[in-house]
Design a protein around this ligand. Structure first.
Ligand code: GDP
Length: 392
Protein backbone atom coordinates (compact mmCIF):
# COMPACT_ATOMS: atom_id res chain seq x y z
CA UNK A 1 0.00 0.00 0.00
CA UNK A 2 1.06 3.56 -0.59
CA UNK A 3 1.80 5.65 2.46
CA UNK A 4 2.41 9.27 3.27
CA UNK A 5 5.01 9.01 6.02
CA UNK A 6 5.68 11.75 8.51
CA UNK A 7 8.61 11.40 10.89
CA UNK A 8 8.21 13.50 14.02
CA UNK A 9 11.31 14.18 16.15
CA UNK A 10 14.71 12.58 15.77
CA UNK A 11 13.80 8.91 15.91
CA UNK A 12 10.72 9.44 13.72
CA UNK A 13 12.76 11.35 11.12
CA UNK A 14 15.51 8.73 11.03
CA UNK A 15 13.02 5.89 10.63
CA UNK A 16 11.19 7.60 7.76
CA UNK A 17 14.56 8.45 6.19
CA UNK A 18 15.38 4.74 6.29
CA UNK A 19 12.02 3.84 4.76
CA UNK A 20 12.80 6.13 1.82
CA UNK A 21 16.16 4.39 1.36
CA UNK A 22 14.50 0.96 1.57
CA UNK A 23 11.92 1.99 -0.98
CA UNK A 24 14.56 3.16 -3.44
CA UNK A 25 16.67 0.02 -2.95
CA UNK A 26 13.86 -2.50 -3.22
CA UNK A 27 11.43 -0.68 -5.51
CA UNK A 28 8.60 -1.59 -3.17
CA UNK A 29 6.80 1.71 -3.75
CA UNK A 30 5.32 2.14 -0.33
CA UNK A 31 6.54 5.67 0.38
CA UNK A 32 4.41 7.97 -1.76
CA UNK A 33 5.61 10.98 0.23
CA UNK A 34 7.97 11.57 3.14
CA UNK A 35 8.04 14.52 5.53
CA UNK A 36 10.23 15.14 8.58
CA UNK A 37 9.17 17.49 11.38
CA UNK A 38 11.44 18.57 14.22
CA UNK A 39 12.17 21.41 16.63
CA UNK A 40 15.91 20.67 16.41
CA UNK A 41 17.55 22.01 13.27
CA UNK A 42 20.61 19.76 13.55
CA UNK A 43 18.47 16.63 13.53
CA UNK A 44 16.74 17.72 10.32
CA UNK A 45 20.09 18.46 8.71
CA UNK A 46 21.34 14.99 9.65
CA UNK A 47 18.79 13.26 7.41
CA UNK A 48 19.90 12.01 4.02
CA UNK A 49 16.98 10.74 1.97
CA UNK A 50 13.99 12.93 2.79
CA UNK A 51 13.97 15.87 0.34
CA UNK A 52 15.15 19.12 1.95
CA UNK A 53 11.94 20.95 1.11
CA UNK A 54 10.01 18.26 2.96
CA UNK A 55 11.78 18.93 6.27
CA UNK A 56 9.85 21.24 8.58
CA UNK A 57 11.40 23.09 11.51
CA UNK A 58 8.80 23.99 14.12
CA UNK A 59 8.92 26.04 17.32
CA UNK A 60 11.62 28.40 16.14
CA UNK A 61 10.30 31.34 18.16
CA UNK A 62 10.20 29.21 21.31
CA UNK A 63 13.32 27.03 21.16
CA UNK A 64 15.43 28.66 18.41
CA UNK A 65 16.04 25.42 16.55
CA UNK A 66 17.58 23.69 19.57
CA UNK A 67 14.88 21.14 20.34
CA UNK A 68 12.65 20.78 23.40
CA UNK A 69 15.01 18.73 25.55
CA UNK A 70 12.74 15.76 26.32
CA UNK A 71 9.89 18.07 27.42
CA UNK A 72 6.96 16.46 25.62
CA UNK A 73 4.40 18.95 26.92
CA UNK A 74 6.40 21.66 25.16
CA UNK A 75 6.66 19.34 22.14
CA UNK A 76 2.85 19.10 22.01
CA UNK A 77 2.44 22.87 22.45
CA UNK A 78 4.75 23.87 19.63
CA UNK A 79 3.23 21.22 17.35
CA UNK A 80 -0.15 22.84 17.92
CA UNK A 81 1.19 26.34 17.43
CA UNK A 82 2.97 25.49 14.19
CA UNK A 83 0.57 22.94 12.75
CA UNK A 84 0.03 25.20 9.70
CA UNK A 85 3.68 24.85 8.76
CA UNK A 86 3.41 21.07 8.94
CA UNK A 87 0.20 21.23 6.92
CA UNK A 88 2.08 23.32 4.35
CA UNK A 89 4.42 20.37 3.68
CA UNK A 90 1.51 17.90 3.63
CA UNK A 91 -0.27 20.10 1.08
CA UNK A 92 2.47 19.09 -1.35
CA UNK A 93 1.50 15.42 -1.06
CA UNK A 94 -0.93 13.99 -3.64
CA UNK A 95 -3.18 12.63 -0.88
CA UNK A 96 -5.63 11.06 -3.37
CA UNK A 97 -2.78 8.70 -4.29
CA UNK A 98 -2.08 7.49 -0.75
CA UNK A 99 -3.87 4.70 1.07
CA UNK A 100 -3.00 5.94 4.55
CA UNK A 101 -0.81 8.22 6.66
CA UNK A 102 1.90 6.80 8.91
CA UNK A 103 3.14 9.10 11.68
CA UNK A 104 6.42 7.79 13.15
CA UNK A 105 7.98 8.90 16.44
CA UNK A 106 10.05 7.82 19.42
CA UNK A 107 7.69 8.15 22.39
CA UNK A 108 10.34 8.70 25.08
CA UNK A 109 11.69 12.06 23.90
CA UNK A 110 10.08 15.48 23.56
CA UNK A 111 9.33 16.64 20.03
CA UNK A 112 7.99 13.38 18.59
CA UNK A 113 6.48 12.19 21.87
CA UNK A 114 4.41 15.36 22.23
CA UNK A 115 3.99 16.30 18.57
CA UNK A 116 3.02 13.00 16.93
CA UNK A 117 -0.35 12.67 18.71
CA UNK A 118 -1.11 16.33 17.91
CA UNK A 119 -0.40 15.76 14.23
CA UNK A 120 -2.43 12.54 14.15
CA UNK A 121 -5.42 14.36 15.61
CA UNK A 122 -5.04 17.12 13.03
CA UNK A 123 -4.76 14.69 10.09
CA UNK A 124 -7.82 12.77 11.19
CA UNK A 125 -9.84 15.96 11.27
CA UNK A 126 -8.83 16.93 7.73
CA UNK A 127 -8.53 13.68 5.75
CA UNK A 128 -10.66 10.58 5.28
CA UNK A 129 -7.64 8.28 4.78
CA UNK A 130 -6.69 6.22 7.84
CA UNK A 131 -3.99 7.65 10.09
CA UNK A 132 -1.67 5.08 11.64
CA UNK A 133 1.05 5.66 14.18
CA UNK A 134 4.40 3.92 14.49
CA UNK A 135 5.48 4.51 18.08
CA UNK A 136 8.87 3.50 19.48
CA UNK A 137 9.10 2.74 23.19
CA UNK A 138 12.34 3.65 24.98
CA UNK A 139 14.75 1.13 26.46
CA UNK A 140 14.16 0.52 30.16
CA UNK A 141 17.71 1.75 30.87
CA UNK A 142 16.89 5.21 29.49
CA UNK A 143 15.52 6.37 32.82
CA UNK A 144 12.37 7.62 34.49
CA UNK A 145 11.64 10.74 32.47
CA UNK A 146 11.79 8.86 29.15
CA UNK A 147 9.51 6.18 30.54
CA UNK A 148 7.07 8.79 31.84
CA UNK A 149 7.09 10.60 28.50
CA UNK A 150 6.48 7.34 26.66
CA UNK A 151 3.62 6.23 28.92
CA UNK A 152 1.81 9.57 28.54
CA UNK A 153 2.44 9.80 24.81
CA UNK A 154 1.39 6.18 24.25
CA UNK A 155 -1.94 6.79 25.95
CA UNK A 156 -2.62 9.90 23.88
CA UNK A 157 -1.28 8.54 20.58
CA UNK A 158 -3.45 5.37 20.74
CA UNK A 159 -6.48 7.58 21.21
CA UNK A 160 -5.68 9.80 18.22
CA UNK A 161 -4.70 7.24 15.56
CA UNK A 162 -6.66 4.55 13.75
CA UNK A 163 -4.10 2.04 14.96
CA UNK A 164 -0.79 2.29 16.78
CA UNK A 165 1.95 -0.05 15.58
CA UNK A 166 4.45 -0.35 18.38
CA UNK A 167 8.15 -1.12 18.37
CA UNK A 168 9.87 -1.62 21.72
CA UNK A 169 13.53 -0.60 21.74
CA UNK A 170 13.90 -2.45 25.03
CA UNK A 171 13.48 -5.89 23.53
CA UNK A 172 15.91 -5.13 20.72
CA UNK A 173 18.70 -3.62 22.76
CA UNK A 174 21.98 -5.48 22.70
CA UNK A 175 24.51 -5.05 25.43
CA UNK A 176 27.91 -3.65 24.60
CA UNK A 177 26.78 -1.82 21.50
CA UNK A 178 27.19 1.89 20.93
CA UNK A 179 23.83 3.62 21.11
CA UNK A 180 24.10 4.88 17.53
CA UNK A 181 25.24 1.56 16.09
CA UNK A 182 22.41 -0.08 18.01
CA UNK A 183 19.83 2.30 16.57
CA UNK A 184 21.05 1.75 13.04
CA UNK A 185 20.49 -1.96 13.39
CA UNK A 186 17.14 -1.47 15.13
CA UNK A 187 15.97 0.90 12.39
CA UNK A 188 16.92 -1.68 9.75
CA UNK A 189 14.75 -4.20 11.60
CA UNK A 190 11.81 -1.78 11.77
CA UNK A 191 12.02 -0.96 8.09
CA UNK A 192 12.41 -4.59 7.03
CA UNK A 193 9.33 -5.76 8.95
CA UNK A 194 7.03 -2.87 8.13
CA UNK A 195 8.45 -2.60 4.61
CA UNK A 196 7.39 -6.14 3.74
CA UNK A 197 4.06 -5.75 5.51
CA UNK A 198 3.10 -2.54 3.71
CA UNK A 199 4.78 -3.65 0.48
CA UNK A 200 2.33 -6.51 0.17
CA UNK A 201 -0.39 -5.55 -2.25
CA UNK A 202 1.81 -3.24 -4.29
CA UNK A 203 2.29 -5.36 -7.38
CA UNK A 204 5.25 -4.07 -9.31
CA UNK A 205 5.94 -4.24 -12.99
CA UNK A 206 7.71 -7.49 -13.84
CA UNK A 207 6.52 -9.31 -10.72
CA UNK A 208 4.43 -12.40 -11.15
CA UNK A 209 0.88 -12.26 -9.88
CA UNK A 210 0.62 -14.61 -6.95
CA UNK A 211 -2.07 -17.18 -6.22
CA UNK A 212 -3.70 -15.31 -3.37
CA UNK A 213 -2.00 -11.97 -3.17
CA UNK A 214 -2.49 -9.72 -0.15
CA UNK A 215 -4.31 -6.55 -1.03
CA UNK A 216 -3.99 -3.14 0.65
CA UNK A 217 -7.59 -3.44 1.80
CA UNK A 218 -6.65 -6.51 3.84
CA UNK A 219 -3.98 -4.56 5.68
CA UNK A 220 -6.46 -1.71 6.25
CA UNK A 221 -9.18 -4.09 7.47
CA UNK A 222 -6.77 -5.81 9.85
CA UNK A 223 -5.81 -2.45 11.32
CA UNK A 224 -9.39 -1.14 11.37
CA UNK A 225 -10.99 -1.35 14.75
CA UNK A 226 -8.08 0.47 16.29
CA UNK A 227 -5.95 -0.30 19.30
CA UNK A 228 -2.39 -1.50 19.43
CA UNK A 229 -0.53 -3.73 16.99
CA UNK A 230 2.66 -5.74 16.96
CA UNK A 231 4.52 -7.48 14.14
CA UNK A 232 6.31 -10.83 14.08
CA UNK A 233 8.88 -11.85 11.49
CA UNK A 234 10.87 -14.89 10.41
CA UNK A 235 12.85 -15.62 7.29
CA UNK A 236 14.77 -18.41 5.66
CA UNK A 237 17.30 -18.17 2.89
CA UNK A 238 16.40 -19.89 -0.35
CA UNK A 239 18.18 -20.30 -3.63
CA UNK A 240 16.71 -18.22 -6.35
CA UNK A 241 17.25 -19.66 -9.77
CA UNK A 242 15.44 -18.02 -12.58
CA UNK A 243 15.08 -21.47 -14.15
CA UNK A 244 13.33 -22.88 -11.07
CA UNK A 245 9.87 -22.69 -12.53
CA UNK A 246 11.01 -24.14 -15.80
CA UNK A 247 12.82 -27.06 -14.17
CA UNK A 248 9.87 -28.17 -12.16
CA UNK A 249 7.66 -27.87 -15.20
CA UNK A 250 10.04 -30.08 -17.20
CA UNK A 251 10.04 -32.65 -14.46
CA UNK A 252 6.34 -32.90 -15.10
CA UNK A 253 4.69 -33.39 -11.74
CA UNK A 254 6.42 -36.58 -10.65
CA UNK A 255 7.31 -37.75 -7.17
CA UNK A 256 9.88 -35.00 -6.75
CA UNK A 257 7.27 -32.37 -7.33
CA UNK A 258 5.16 -33.76 -4.50
CA UNK A 259 8.21 -33.68 -2.31
CA UNK A 260 8.82 -30.09 -3.32
CA UNK A 261 5.25 -29.14 -2.50
CA UNK A 262 5.40 -30.85 0.87
CA UNK A 263 8.70 -29.19 1.62
CA UNK A 264 7.37 -25.76 0.64
CA UNK A 265 4.26 -26.24 2.77
CA UNK A 266 6.31 -27.34 5.77
CA UNK A 267 8.72 -24.46 5.39
CA UNK A 268 5.83 -22.01 5.36
CA UNK A 269 4.17 -23.48 8.44
CA UNK A 270 7.37 -23.45 10.43
CA UNK A 271 8.12 -19.86 9.38
CA UNK A 272 4.63 -18.83 10.51
CA UNK A 273 5.23 -20.41 13.93
CA UNK A 274 8.66 -18.85 14.26
CA UNK A 275 7.30 -15.41 13.40
CA UNK A 276 4.42 -15.59 15.87
CA UNK A 277 6.34 -17.18 18.71
CA UNK A 278 9.62 -15.32 18.18
CA UNK A 279 10.48 -11.73 18.98
CA UNK A 280 7.58 -9.38 18.22
CA UNK A 281 8.06 -5.64 17.69
CA UNK A 282 6.10 -5.29 20.92
CA UNK A 283 6.32 -8.44 23.03
CA UNK A 284 2.88 -9.64 24.12
CA UNK A 285 0.64 -12.65 24.51
CA UNK A 286 -0.69 -13.45 21.07
CA UNK A 287 -3.73 -15.16 22.50
CA UNK A 288 -6.52 -12.63 22.51
CA UNK A 289 -5.27 -10.62 19.53
CA UNK A 290 -8.45 -9.39 17.85
CA UNK A 291 -7.29 -9.61 14.24
CA UNK A 292 -4.27 -10.93 12.39
CA UNK A 293 -2.75 -10.83 8.93
CA UNK A 294 -0.20 -13.30 7.63
CA UNK A 295 1.96 -12.20 4.71
CA UNK A 296 4.21 -14.83 3.11
CA UNK A 297 6.82 -13.13 0.99
CA UNK A 298 9.31 -14.69 -1.38
CA UNK A 299 9.85 -15.97 -4.91
CA UNK A 300 6.54 -17.45 -6.04
CA UNK A 301 7.91 -20.97 -6.55
CA UNK A 302 8.48 -21.08 -2.80
CA UNK A 303 4.95 -20.00 -1.89
CA UNK A 304 1.86 -22.15 -1.98
CA UNK A 305 -1.72 -21.79 -1.00
CA UNK A 306 -1.75 -24.89 1.15
CA UNK A 307 1.08 -23.65 3.37
CA UNK A 308 -0.47 -20.24 3.81
CA UNK A 309 -3.86 -21.77 4.58
CA UNK A 310 -2.31 -24.04 7.20
CA UNK A 311 -0.39 -21.15 8.72
CA UNK A 312 -3.53 -19.04 8.81
CA UNK A 313 -5.49 -21.80 10.56
CA UNK A 314 -2.72 -22.25 13.11
CA UNK A 315 -2.83 -18.50 13.79
CA UNK A 316 -6.58 -18.69 14.31
CA UNK A 317 -6.07 -21.40 16.95
CA UNK A 318 -3.28 -19.52 18.69
CA UNK A 319 -4.98 -16.14 18.80
CA UNK A 320 -8.51 -17.42 19.27
CA UNK A 321 -9.53 -14.88 16.63
CA UNK A 322 -11.87 -15.61 13.77
CA UNK A 323 -10.54 -12.68 11.82
CA UNK A 324 -7.21 -13.96 10.49
CA UNK A 325 -6.34 -12.99 6.95
CA UNK A 326 -3.51 -14.37 4.90
CA UNK A 327 -1.93 -14.22 1.50
CA UNK A 328 1.28 -13.94 -0.39
CA UNK A 329 3.60 -11.25 -1.60
CA UNK A 330 5.78 -12.32 -4.50
CA UNK A 331 9.20 -10.96 -3.78
CA UNK A 332 12.09 -11.68 -6.07
CA UNK A 333 15.76 -10.91 -5.75
CA UNK A 334 16.27 -11.05 -1.99
CA UNK A 335 17.04 -14.75 -1.66
CA UNK A 336 14.59 -15.24 1.20
CA UNK A 337 11.19 -16.56 2.06
CA UNK A 338 9.78 -14.49 4.90
CA UNK A 339 6.73 -14.64 7.07
CA UNK A 340 5.36 -11.37 8.46
CA UNK A 341 2.51 -11.48 10.97
CA UNK A 342 0.55 -8.42 11.95
CA UNK A 343 -1.33 -8.92 15.22
CA UNK A 344 -3.83 -6.16 15.71
CA UNK A 345 -5.86 -5.27 18.76
CA UNK A 346 -3.52 -6.93 21.25
CA UNK A 347 -4.45 -6.34 24.86
CA UNK A 348 -2.36 -8.69 26.98
CA UNK A 349 0.88 -6.68 27.00
CA UNK A 350 2.83 -6.94 30.27
CA UNK A 351 5.51 -4.57 28.92
CA UNK A 352 3.00 -1.68 28.77
CA UNK A 353 1.80 -2.34 32.32
CA UNK A 354 5.42 -2.37 33.51
CA UNK A 355 6.14 0.88 31.63
CA UNK A 356 3.12 2.53 33.25
CA UNK A 357 4.21 1.39 36.69
CA UNK A 358 7.70 2.85 36.29
CA UNK A 359 6.16 6.01 34.81
CA UNK A 360 3.91 6.49 37.85
CA UNK A 361 6.88 6.06 40.17
CA UNK A 362 8.85 8.60 38.14
CA UNK A 363 5.91 11.03 38.21
CA UNK A 364 5.52 10.72 42.01
CA UNK A 365 9.23 11.16 42.46
CA UNK A 366 9.30 14.28 40.27
CA UNK A 367 6.35 15.76 42.17
CA UNK A 368 8.08 15.10 45.51
CA UNK A 369 11.26 16.76 44.34
CA UNK A 370 9.37 19.75 42.94
CA UNK A 371 7.29 20.23 46.07
CA UNK A 372 10.33 20.13 48.32
CA UNK A 373 12.54 22.17 46.06
CA UNK A 374 11.47 25.60 47.34
CA UNK A 375 11.98 24.65 50.99
CA UNK A 376 15.30 22.99 50.26
CA UNK A 377 16.60 26.00 48.34
CA UNK A 378 15.43 28.33 51.09
CA UNK A 379 17.33 26.26 53.67
CA UNK A 380 20.46 26.30 51.55
CA UNK A 381 20.51 30.00 50.73
CA UNK A 382 19.59 31.32 54.18
CA UNK A 383 21.64 30.80 57.33
CA UNK A 384 20.06 28.93 60.19
CA UNK A 385 19.47 31.90 62.48
CA UNK A 386 18.57 34.32 59.68
CA UNK A 387 21.44 36.61 60.68
CA UNK A 388 22.43 37.52 57.13
CA UNK A 389 20.49 40.01 55.08
CA UNK A 390 20.21 40.09 51.32
CA UNK A 391 21.58 43.13 49.53
CA UNK A 392 18.30 44.48 48.26
P1 GDP B 1 12.75 13.90 19.99
O1 GDP B 1 13.65 14.31 18.86
O2 GDP B 1 12.64 14.94 21.06
O3 GDP B 1 11.41 13.47 19.51
O4 GDP B 1 13.39 12.64 20.71
P2 GDP B 1 14.22 11.44 20.06
O5 GDP B 1 13.52 10.97 18.86
O6 GDP B 1 15.67 11.82 19.92
O7 GDP B 1 14.21 10.33 21.18
C1 GDP B 1 13.06 9.70 21.65
C2 GDP B 1 13.31 8.27 21.95
O8 GDP B 1 13.42 7.60 20.73
C3 GDP B 1 14.58 7.91 22.70
O9 GDP B 1 14.31 7.87 24.05
C4 GDP B 1 14.93 6.54 22.18
O10 GDP B 1 14.26 5.54 22.90
C5 GDP B 1 14.35 6.55 20.80
N1 GDP B 1 15.30 6.76 19.69
C6 GDP B 1 16.10 7.81 19.40
N2 GDP B 1 16.72 7.65 18.21
C7 GDP B 1 16.28 6.45 17.72
C8 GDP B 1 16.52 5.71 16.52
O11 GDP B 1 17.27 6.10 15.61
N3 GDP B 1 15.87 4.52 16.40
C9 GDP B 1 15.02 4.04 17.35
N4 GDP B 1 14.45 2.86 17.15
N5 GDP B 1 14.78 4.70 18.48
C10 GDP B 1 15.39 5.88 18.66
Amino acid sequence: MKLAMIGFGQAGGKIVDKFVEYDAQTGSQIVRAAVAVNSAKADLMGLTNIPKDQRVLIGQSRVKGHGVGADNELGAEIAEEDIDEVQGAIDGIPVHEVDAFLVCAGLGGGTGSGGAPVLAKHLKRIYTEPVYGLGVLPGSDEGGIYTLNAARSFQTFVREVDNLLVFDNDSWRKTGESVQGGYDEINEEIVKRFGILFGAGEVQAGQEIAESVVDSSEIINTLAGGGVSTVGYAEEEVEEQSSGGLLSRLRGGGEEDDLDTAHTTNRITSLVRKAALGRLTLPCEIEGAERALLVMAGPSQYLNRKGIERGRKWLEEQTGSMEVRGGDYPLKGRGIVASVILLSGVTNVPRIKELQQVAIEAQDNLEDIRSQSETNLHELVNDDEDELESLF
